[in-house]
Structure formats: C-alpha cells, structure tokens
Write a protein that binds this ligand. Structure first.
Ligand code: AMP
Ligand code: GLY
Length: 423
C-alpha cells in the first residue's frame, strides 16, 4: 500500500515513522516533509495548501491512503476534494474541521450540547466587548475566532490588557480575518491535558493520555508556544477523569457534530482543563497535537495503518488499539527567540550521537538540509522523544539525547515531565 502524509513538522515525522513500520505499507511519501522525514520516506515538494497539486500527485502515484497532519488543508477542504475523486483520506471534512477553525463555532457547539467549558460570549464590536470585560473582571481570556497559529489566545491578567487585546483584534488587523470576531471567556484554573480520540463519526477510540507544555520557559512561564514538550501517559487523567471526558466531552461532541450535519471523522483533539474532578474543554483541534503526537505514537503498540484506514472508510467498529506500558517524553528543541522572531540557518550538531541512544528518536520539525549539513529553519526544530519504564526513566533518556545535540542559540525547557512526577 502507498501512503501520502501531508505536512512537515514533528507530528508528520512521527506519523511517517509509525506508518513506515506497518507490514501493509510498501512506500511512504510526505509533502513537503523535512530532512528527517526524507530518511524514511520520499519527500514531495508540494505545499500543504496546494490542494490541486496534492490531488494530482495522489492520483498519478495511485496513493491508497492520504493522511493529513496540519489544520490548514483540512479547513481548506482537502478531505472533501479527495473524497469527491474517490480517494481514501484520513482527516476531518471542511465542515467538521470548523470545530478548530472557528472558536465561536466550537464554543456555541459546546453550549448547545452541554459540553463543559468556560462561560463566554462572542463579539464583533469593541464597545460591547469592553462592557463584558468590565462586568466579568480580570483575569479573563480573549481569543481570536479563527486560525491564528497558536497566537490568537491572550490570557489577560488585568482589565486593561484584555481591552488592549480586544481592540487590537477587532479594530487592528494583526489577526486579519481570524480576528474579526472574538471569544471572551472566563479564566479557568487547573492542570491541562490533551485528550485525543479516533472517531468515524459514531465510534470513538481514545488514544493514550498526554500532556503538553505550552509556555516557552520552565515553570510554565513566558508566552505560549505550539508546545515545548509532551509526555504520555498523563497521570492527571485518572480513570475517573477519563470516563468523564469520554462521556461529557468526546461522546457529546461526536454526537453533536453528527446532529449538526457535520459528521466528524478523523482524530479529534480536546484540550482539557482538569481541576479536582471537574473537566472543562478549552478547545478542540481537528488533528493530532504536536508535540503530543510524538510520545503518543512511540507508545502505540498496534499498527496504526488499519486504524487510519478504518476511520477513512467510516467504520471503526471492532478496531482496538494496544499501548506499550512504558512512558514516553518528548523535549522540543527550539530556536532562540521562538515564539517571537527567531534565528535560522544554524548548523545542528550531534544528531548521529543522539540516534545511537536506544528507545529514543529525534523527530525533525523545523530543519533544512544545505550541502550535506542539517540546519535550523523553524521555531520548533527537533522533538527528542524517548521511552522509559517510568516517566523518570523516559525523562532521563530524553535529556541524554538533548545533551548530545547542540547549535548556537538552542532553547529548550529543562522541566518537561516534572508535573507527572509530582503525582
Ligand atoms: P486554546 O487555543 O483555546 O486552547 O488556548 C491556548 C491555551 O491558552 C490553552 O492551552 C491554555 O493554556 C490557555 N487557555 C485557553 N483558554 C483558557 C481559559 N479559559 N482559562 C485559562 N487558560 C486558558
Ligand atoms: N500542542 C498543541 C497543539 O498541537 O495544538
């Protein structure tokens, strides 16, 4: 079977790595891929938003299954397009991917179907938004409605910060169309977890639990990023919390989407805030989380390809997923300055040495190859991901890999996984 993966980050490297291990697979392509992916698959120079070129490639090469990594092609309707031409594809259709592409849509869905979430209101004008902020008070959370590459959420500690964020989003144009509507919501406290599940629109198969580290600095300080590291399993997701999330969040969402005429097929990612026995939904994503995907796929014992095929064909009944008992930890190595402006083009050293460590894999995200050298080319550059018998073992192993790798201006958190140890 020939498989095409779309995307170029650590998530897609992990997907390609896992898919390539399947005995069902003869060839894996990745568009556009990255130098790490290029070692185990064939990179194809097509951008993730060039839908006609991706379709043409899949038809020409006789691709049996296309797997979509990032949200952009989903929200552009790649799944609808491929299905129109009778091609098998894993991912949410455009009208279902709206669950990530519009925060106002997903909040309204949550309200309508009783999915627990922070109290909120949606605004298109500055004046009523400010009145709302004055009524609720700070801290308060301001979110641009549309896709903003992880930068559209402002946790405002003061009223003035919230007013500034709303004004910038609605009156300025820093967020383009994504900021023409804002969601303003209650600030929640607790510990976050990433709850992912495969669904065919009816059946739901949860993945193992995971936790991301969004803030750029140790101790969850500094601005939020796409994720500076992740681990699985996440002890904060006890079996009681798991049951509650399945019943109150995943089940209601999948059923609600079906009732709305937007059947959800693919992987559904719920960002949860857990506080004692309370579970609230922060957001939905229509894709695998990155970096969560890296530790999750390292822990997945079953072949992923039959699962992806079953979702693409719309029937997950009878499918089961086995997980390794081991823990997995991913430490993201980023470029200095990320998530703001960052340097690019620095040569990366020590990749071979890290590769010699057992049960450790270095997934590439923002790398490029120039005259035989691997250099940095993005904010998040590598995901050093390791297994261990315990979380502590996995942490130790991952940081051994991190210690082997260097470049000028490398930045990473030193406390990935520490929260899991506290439990
Ligand atoms: P989102 O993209 O909506 O998940 O927001 C990004 C991040 O902002 C989340 O992972 C949380 O860390 C934080 N966040 C979002 N909404 C809230 C909220 N209502 N209360 C506290 N933190 C939040
Ligand atoms: N790591 C968070 C995300 O993928 O959205």
């Amino acid at each position: 079977m020939k498989i095409l993966v779309i995307g170029s980050g650590g998530r897609e490297h992990a997907l390609v790595w896992k898919i390539a291990q399947s005995p069902l697979v003869t060839k894996v392509y990745c568009a556009p891929g990255n130098p790490g992916i290029g070692r185990i698959a064939e990179n194809v120079e097509i951008k993730v938003d060039d839908l006609p070129a991706l379709l043409g490639f899949a038809k020409r090469e006789g691709i049996d299954l296309t797997v979509v990594g990032p949200e952009l092609p989903l929200s552009l309707g790649i799944v609808d397009l491929f299905e129109e031409y009778g091609l098998r594809i894993f991912g949410a259709r455009r009208n279902a991917a709206l669950i990530e592409a519009s925060k106002a849509f997903s909040k309204d869905l949550m309200k309508k179907y009783g999915i627990p979430t922070a109290a909120y209101e949606v605004f298109t004008e500055v004046e009523p938004a400010v009145a709302f902020i004055d009524r609720v008070g700070a801290p308060i959370v301001v979110k641009a409605d549309g896709l903003a590459a992880g930068k559209g959420v402002i946790i405002a500690a003061t009223r003035d910060e919230a007013v500034a964020a709303v004004t910038e989003m609605l009156a300025g144009n820093a967020f383009g169309a994504a900021g023409s509507r804002v969601v303003i919501e209650e600030f929640l406290t607790g510990e976050e977890a990433s709850f992912l599940a495969f669904t065919d629109g009816k059946n739901i198969i949860p993945l193992a639990s995971a936790q991301d580290h969004k803030a750029v600095f140790d101790g969850d300080r500094g601005p939020n990023t796409g994720g500076m590291g992740a681990y699985s399993p996440a002890p904060v997701v006890t079996s009681a919390i798991h049951e509650k999330a399945m019943a109150e969040v995943l089940r209601r969402t999948v059923d609600g989407m079906a009732a709305e005429g937007r059947p959800y097929r693919g992987v559904l990612y719920a960002g949860l805030m857990i506080d004692g026995d309370s579970v609230k939904t922060l957001e939905f994503n229509a894709r695998f989380g990155d970096p969560e995907c890296q530790p999750l796929l390292m822990r997945m014992k079953s072949d992923i390809v039959p699962v992806l095929l079953a979702v693409a064909e719309g029937d997950l009944s009878g499918v089961e997923i086995e997980w390794h008992d081991k823990a997995a930890v991913c430490v993201v190595l980023a470029s200095e300055g990320y998530p703001g402006d960052y340097r690019k083009g620095d040569e990366i050293f020590g990749l071979e040495e890290a590769a010699r460590i057992e049960e450790l894999f270095v997934f590439h995200a923002g790398t490029a190859a120039t005259d035989g050298r691997i250099v940095t080319s993005g904010g998040r550059v590598l995901g050093v991901t390791a297994l261990g018998d315990t979380v502590q073992d996995a942490i130790d192993r991952a940081y051994r890999g991190v210690a082997a790798i260097s470049w000028e201006g490398v930045h990473y958190r030193r406390d990935i996984g520490r929260k899991a140890l506290g439990r």
